[in-house]
Structure formats: C-alpha cells, structure tokens
Design a protein around this ligand. Structure first.
Ligand SMILES: *[C@@H]1O[C@H](CO)[C@@H](O)[C@H](O)[C@H]1NC(C)=O
Ligand SMILES: *[C@@H]1O[C@H](CO)[C@@H](O)[C@H](O)[C@H]1NC(C)=O
Ligand SMILES: *[C@@H]1O[C@H](CO)[C@@H](O)[C@H](O)[C@H]1NC(C)=O
Ligand SMILES: *[C@@H]1O[C@H](CO)[C@@H](O)[C@H](O)[C@H]1NC(C)=O
Length: 459
C-alpha cells in the first residue's frame, strides 16, 4: 500500500502545476478606506483614459453634406466612487463632463456633455498568481448637452443630431478605454511577484495562493512567500494548520491590514540560517583594553590556556547558528530564541586556528517589529540570562560560572549588533511597485503579527 501511495503522490506531483505545497500564512486585506484613496489618486488616470477623440460629424441639415470637425477639449471627472461587491469584485461609479468643440461655420460651438459611468469589475487570481481585474459590465448614461457661451446660432434639431453623434461614439469607446486602463492596472498588480532581497544571497517572492475573498468591507488576498537561496527555491516545512486572520483586527479604518503568521517568520529565519547570515565571528585584538579576547585574559580563568600559550595570542569566537532560531508571539510580546554554538579559537601566527573549547549557548531575545516603506524591520535585546554549557574542551576542565561574565559580555554585544544590523535591513512585505505603507502600526497577537497601515502610491 505504501508503494501505491508513493506512486500516486508522484503522479499527482507531476500532473499538478507548481502550486506551493505549504502556505506561509500571509493575508493582505485591502479595506474600504483604501478605495477612497484609490478613487482619489485614480481620478486623474480615469480622466486621461476617457479623453476619447470624436470623429467629424456629417452635417446633413444643409444642402451640402459637409463633415464638421469636433474636438474633445476637456474631460472632467467630477466624482469617482469605488465599492466592493461581495464575492465578486468592485463597482466603479463616475460622473464626468465632456467639453466638446464643434467646428461649425460660421461659428464654432462648445458643448458640455455630462455622463454617468458604471462598471463592475471582477477581481480574481490570475495565471501567474497575481490579482487580475476584469470589467464584466460597463455602461454610460448621458444627460442632455448644454451649449456653452450661450450661442443661439444652433437649431435645436441640429443640437440633437450633434449630440446623438457624440453619444454614439462615446458610448462605444468609454468602456473600451476603461478596460484598457484596467489592463494597465493588471500589469502593475503583476509586480506583486517581483523578487526582493532578504540577505546578500537570498530572496523572497510573494504570490497569491487562492482566489481573493471579497466582502462588503474588504478584499483579502492570501499570499505565500517563496524563498530562494542562491537562486534556488528552498523547501519549507509543511504547515497543516491554515492561518485565519480574524476580522476586525488591528487599527479600525486603516487602508490595509496585513496578517503575518508565525509560519512566515519561521520560514524567513530558516532562510537566514541556511544562508549563514546569522553566523558571525567575534575577533580579539592584542593590546586592546576593551576587548579581553586574548589568551592571557582567558588564562586567568583557565590555567591550561596559559600553559599551552605562554605568549599572549588573540582569541576568536566563531558563532554558528546550527539550529533555526525560534520565534514566539504572545499578545504584545515577540521573543526570539537562539541556540548558537560558539567555538573559541586561538588565532596562531600562521593564520591557522586552534580550538580551545566550544560552548552551547541559549539566549532569549525580545523582538520589536516595525515597518518602513515596504519592509518589516526588527530590533532585538537580550531577555534574561545567556546560558552556557561546555560542548568540548581541549583545555581540560572549564568552570562555566567563571567564564560567564567574560564570554557573556564579549558575545552579547556583537551578537545583538549583528542581528540588529541584519534585521534592520528589513524583509520585504507583499507590495507592488511604487506602493508604500504609511503610518504603519504593528500588533503582536498569539501566534501572529498584524500590521495596520495607510497606503501611498508614488507616481
Ligand atoms: C459637470 O456636470 C454636472 C451636472 O451633471 C454639474 O453639476 C457640474 O458642475 C459640471 N462640472 C463642471 C466642471 O462643469
Ligand atoms: C588581554 O586582555 C586584557 C583585558 O582586556 C588586557 O588588559 C590585556 O592588555 C590584553 N593582553 C594583550 C597582550 O593584549
Ligand atoms: C514575553 O514573554 C516571555 C516568554 O513568555 C516572558 O519571559 C517575558 O517576560 C514577556 N515579556 C513581556 C514584556 O511581557
Ligand atoms: C527562553 O525562554 C524559554 C521559554 O520561555 C525558556 O524555557 C528558556 O529557559 C529560556 N532560556 C533562557 C536561556 O533564558
């Protein structure tokens, strides 16, 4: 049976497209407040998109059928409103005024034509696992045109004809232009899957894992982080418990709410550990007062060191994270648990290293999270004590208590400096090009982190 299962699993793996086997449990919720912002910044783009050229009008009122040139002078979107349609997508409602010049002889004419536009757009998961917006229905309702500058040289019959001509053209083209605008938006939304560096050799990429969830209050995208080390995807531990972000959560009325499950942090830490980014060397220097990393200082605590190295020699601590750090989230409290392995070596004259002893260390750090632009940053500080035990020794018996102060102080600051520099560079959060998080607030809950923030689109 086991063989059959194995065979079936292999077959499925070959048949199914490259769908992620596990989800890193990240949810991005775009709330109602974001729609007003999008409507605000989108007005100009809509206005530009609606600038439709109207071809000449064939004036059939006179004896001679002469083409009359028309020109769209201006489009003014006076109102743009967006709202969510639960289980479907978005509704766009706009009112615009078209100012159109009709080059009639002997006198040109300017018309103001108000139009109300309504379009429903479906929001779905696209083939490359990015959000895709598509217009499903679109309509335009025209109000009677107004003649500007109170020209009375036009007959009411002609005005009707001109208007019918313009309406026929516009009603055909406006929705087409709105569709084109949405296509451009889709290209932009596609940048969600762009690669962002995590460390020098590692990268992160987000993509959608399922169809978006749309309610009257928000649109939620469940995204997955794919992680790469030296260009190769790294396999992540499978998590069977799906991440559910409660609603409401975080700050009320923000444009975006992001839920980052512990699983995402575990994966990022795994990546950093695999990349070796967490490892560090702490190097001693001779004749340095503030760095007692030398054999004479160590020899005071371990006589065997002086015995083996009568001449003072610099000492190096090689800090190696063999086990992946563990992060724990409790309400208002994020902690990071590290279990570094520390090798204490003497750097002898011919740049070879000789191991004195090694330690197994356990340290808990408190983790403060913050967001800058599109990056999640962290700062750590030591929580409680640094615990040591001797793993191996080439210098006989070691009294750990005696070593405690020396190694503790020597190790703590460089470790924190290293981690804070690394976490300070930040991990890219899901986003698209030119979109930034503003006034972000970070909340820590049991097992996950929530970021509430505004959005800013840089044109
Ligand atoms: C556009 O038309 C509406 C009527 O539909 C009117 O109330 C509004 O003032 C017009 N806007 C401009 C800029 O002319
Ligand atoms: C070794 O470290 C101690 C403590 O910092 C310092 O006083 C001493 O000068 C150092 N020895 C050498 C040879 O650098
Ligand atoms: C955070 O949680 C850890 C582990 O449960 C605990 O030791 C620490 O005191 C807590 N810190 C705060 C500020 O509550
Ligand atoms: C770190 O925290 C865990 C969980 O609270 C605790 O069991 C462990 O003893 C702590 N380790 C150190 C070195 O303080």
């Amino acid at each position: 049976m086991a063989g059959a299962h194995h065979g079936l699993g292999l077959l499925l793996a070959l048949l199914l497209p490259a769908v992620p086997t596990s989800s890193t449990g990240t949810v991005v919720r775009i709330n109602r407040a974001a729609l007003s912002y999008v409507a605000d910044v989108g007005k100009v783009s809509l206005q530009r998109a609606l600038k439709v050229m109207v071809p000449p009008f064939l004036d059939q009122s006179g004896e001679v059928h002469q083409p009359t040139r028309t020109q769209t002078l201006d489009v003014h979107v006076s109102h743009l409103d967006l709202k969510f349609i639960a289980g479907f997508g978005l509704r766009l409602m706009a009112t615009a005024n078209f100012t159109i010049k009709v080059f009639r002889t002997p006198e040109t004419l300017e018309l103001m034509l108000p139009v109300a536009l309504t379009a429903d757009a479906r929001v779905a998961q696209g083939p490359i696992r990015t959000p895709v917006v598509s217009i499903s229905t679109c309509s335009s309702i025209f109000s009677p045109a107004r003649v500007l500058h109170d020209s009375n040289s036009i007959s009411p019959e002609l005005l009707v004809l001109v208007q019918e001509h313009i309406k026929a053209i516009l009603s055909n083209k406006l929705c087409l232009h709105i569709s084109n605008l949405v296509q451009g938006l889709n290209v932009h939304l596609g940048t969600l899957i762009g690669l962002s560096p995590v460390g020098p050799e590692s990268q992160i990429r987000y993509s959608m894992v399922s169809e978006p969830i749309i309610t009257g209050d928000y649109i939620a995208l469940e995204v997955n982080a794919d992680l790469f080390l030296l260009g190769q995807p790294i396999t992540l531990p499978l998590d069977v418990t799906p991440f559910v972000l409660p609603w409401p959560v975080g700050t009320k009325g923000t444009m975006a709410t992001m839920g980052l499950s512990q699983q995402l942090f575990d994966c990022i830490l795994l990546l950093l550990q695999k990349a070796g980014a967490l490892n560090l060397d702490v190097t001693g220097e001779l004749n340095s007062d503030d760095n007692p990393l030398n054999t004479s200082a160590l020899g005071q605590l371990i006589p065997e060191v002086t015995h083996q190295f009568p001449e003072p020699m610099p000492v190096v601590l090689k800090v190696y994270l063999g086990a992946t750090p563990m992060v724990t989230f409790h309400t208002n409290n994020a902690t990071l648990r590290l279990q570094p392995f520390v090798e204490v070596l003497v750097a002898s004259s011919n740049s070879a290293f000789q191991s004195l002893f090694s330690l197994e260390v356990a340290v808990n750090l408190s983790l403060q999270l913050s967001v800058s632009k599109v990056k999640l940053q962290g700062t750590t500080s030591v929580l409680g004590d640094v615990r040591f035990s001797v793993a191996a020794s080439n210098v006989g018996f070691i009294d750990v208590k005696q070593l405690h102060t020396l190694v503790g102080t020597l190790f703590k600051k460089p470790l924190l400096d290293h981690l804070n520099a690394l976490l300070g560079m930040g991990i890219a959060l899901p986003s698209v090009v030119n979109l930034y998080y503003t006034n972000p607030e970070v909340f820590v809950y049991e097992g996950y982190v929530v970021i509430s923030s505004g959005l800013f689109y840089q044109r």
